[in-house]
Design a protein around this ligand. Structure first.
Ligand code: BGC
Ligand code: CA
Length: 303
């Protein structure tokens, strides 16, 4: 696989670049800069990177069918109207807990799945088991699906919607579940990819954001590894890799007109001077092409 990787939005993230979502309707890339509390909207056509800043952590952005966007702000899921800048809180989770919302994505029926994590002392070091996984249903209610999560992260579903994949970064595993799209429930947890013992942290890092291609293979951005790995969830084996010129790779999504390009975010937060010398493009958004794989449009929120 001879992927070409280029920085398309140079050094636009001041902290943790995350949550890339290709908005098919507007042909723009949405993403967030978590600790900066900002949401970004970039057009490859004009090269313009718009940014709006909230008061605290913003870790996910997904378009809403009725217009505007769902964003997380701290521990709340909110509706954001970019034209008027009006922010409306829809639901707040984990009240009284020292957590924040992290990654989130919609399933094919348009409900949002999102999780929380303990606050970090340094990157990837958290008070364990403080987080949970939730869904924001189309009627606006919230359901809790799982507790005891350390860093709630990547989500993906198979094309037939019968299987859901989910990452908790700290155990360094991708979990699989039987998924019921109608009721929005997950069951029968199993491990589909295990990155292994602590000795593999320097090479494989921590699994973070993820997406799925049309062959049902998983692409997992691995934090500290400077890679997006392609895994076969049937065998648990690594079957490909993209080298990213930044170590703290956080997430990825397919995009572009044909969904054959991959956008990759990374973090500048906690990057040392030595690391910055080695990877001066840390904090950029990258685009990988020539992958020999493609994705499908990411669902939007239907509520
Ligand atoms: C979180 C970061 C964390 C990283 C670890 C990200 O999703 O937002 O705070 O350091 O995962 O992989
Ligand atoms: Ca993430």
């Amino acid at each position: 696989m001879a992927a070409k990787v280029e920085a398309v939005i140079e050094k636009s993230c001041l902290t943790i670049g995350e949550g890339p979502h290709w908005d098919e309707r507007t042909q723009t890339l949405l993403y967030v800069d978590i600790n900066d509390g900002s949401v970004h909207r970039w057009s490859p056509e004009t090269g313009k990177d718009e940014k709006h800043k909230f008061d605290t952590f913003c870790s996910l952005v997904v378009p809403c069918k009725k217009g505007g966007y769902l964003v997380s702000v701290g521990n709340s899921v909110c509706h954001f109207d970019w034209d008027t800048k009006k922010l409306t809180t829809l639901q707040t989770v984990d009240e009284g807990k020292e957590t924040r919302i992290n990654d989130g994505k919609c399933d094919a029926s348009g409900r949002l799945w999102f999780g929380t994590m303990g606050l970090e002392k340094t990157p990837a070091v958290v008070n364990k088991h403080q987080g949970s996984l939730f869904s924001l249903e189309i009627d606006g209610s919230v359901k809790k699906h799982k507790e005891g999560v350390s860093i709630s992260n990547g989500l993906a579903w198979t094309a037939d919607n019968k299987t859901m994949y989910y990452i908790d970064s700290i155990p360094r595993k991708v979990f699989g579940y039987d998924f019921d799209i109608k009721t929005g429930t997950m069951s029968n947890e199993r491990v589909v990819v295990d990155l292994g013992g602590e000795d593999t942290i320097p090479t494989l890092g921590f699994p973070d954001g993820m997406t799925i291609d049309t062959d049902g293979k998983l692409w997992v951005a691995c934090f500290f590894a400077g890679k997006v790995f392609r895994f076969d969830p049937e065998t648990g084996k690594q079957i490909g890799a993209i080298d990213v010129p930044a170590k703290r790779t956080t997430s990825c999504c397919f995009g572009g007109k044909n969904f054959d390009e991959m956008y990759i975010t990374c973090s500048l937060y906690g990057v040392t001077e030595d690391e910055l010398k080695e990877t001066p493009l840390a904090g950029s958004v990258f685009r990988a092409t020539g992958l020999g794989a493609k994705g499908t449009p990411a669902p939007v929120y239907e509520g």
